[in-house]
Design a protein around this ligand. Structure first.
Ligand code: SF4
Ligand code: SF4
Length: 190
């Protein structure tokens, strides 16, 4: 019984003598192979040679310090809430007396971790941050064999003062204007 009319008659014609000796097919294949010898090689010798990446590429995160060297992050948790991959976790603590130079605000992240295996580098944490603290850079997260090596803590996220990262190219004009606006509360120190 025929249920649909989509069935096709499969061709069952006999191969010709030329097809049976396979020679034309082999010659055709060799021509294609040799033609590639003279073409520009698409292989990049990574990591010695690296492809240019787009100015808006989103790579490894940094937690930025302010100009005086204090950590900007106030552990508000907005980045974690905005993260669609649930890649960010943190533990907040209250700043003690004498720690004003270390932490910009009264509350800070004692622990801050990003799971780079979960992260999809969408940049929503950067957009959500009201303190201009977290940014994605043009750095590629290096591969490793151990899962725990992909959990980036503050030791790898907090930007060292002698290694500032220029993230201006990473931002859209609107975001850069908003974040650089000194009249906005997010740029004021408490
Ligand atoms: S870039 Fe996206 S996925 Fe990665 S931590 Fe930020 S919000 Fe989460
Ligand atoms: S990085 Fe920004 S959004 Fe995330 S906890 Fe710190 S201050 Fe809040």
């Amino acid at each position: 019984m025929q249920l649909t009319n989509r069935s096709k008659q499969v061709a069952d014609t006999k191969m010709t003598w030329m097809e049976r000796i396979y020679l034309p097919g082999i010659i055709k294949g060799m021509i294609i192979t040799f033609s590639h010898i003279f073409k520009k090689k698409p292989t990049i010798q990574y990591p010695e040679v690296q492809r240019p990446i787009a100015p808006v590429y989103r790579g490894q995160h940094v937690l930025k310090r302010d100009d005086a060297g204090a950590e900007r992050c106030t552990a508000c948790g907005l980045c974690a809430v905005a993260c669609p991959a649930e890649a960010i976790t943190m533990v907040a603590e209250e700043r003690k007396q004498g720690e004003e130079k270390l932490y910009r605000e009264e509350k800070f992240a004692a622990t801050y971790e990003i799971n780079m295996l979960r992260c999809i580098f969408c940049g929503l944490c950067e957009e959500a941050c009201p303190k201009e603290a977290i940014f994605l850079t043009d750095r590629i997260v290096p591969t490793t064999y151990l899962r725990e090596d992909y959990i980036y803590g503050k030791d790898r996220l907090v930007e060292k003062m002698d290694h500032r990262v220029d993230v201006s190219k990473r931002q859209t004009n609107n975001l850069a204007d908003f974040k650089n606006n000194s009249s906005k509360a997010h740029n004021k120190t408490i």
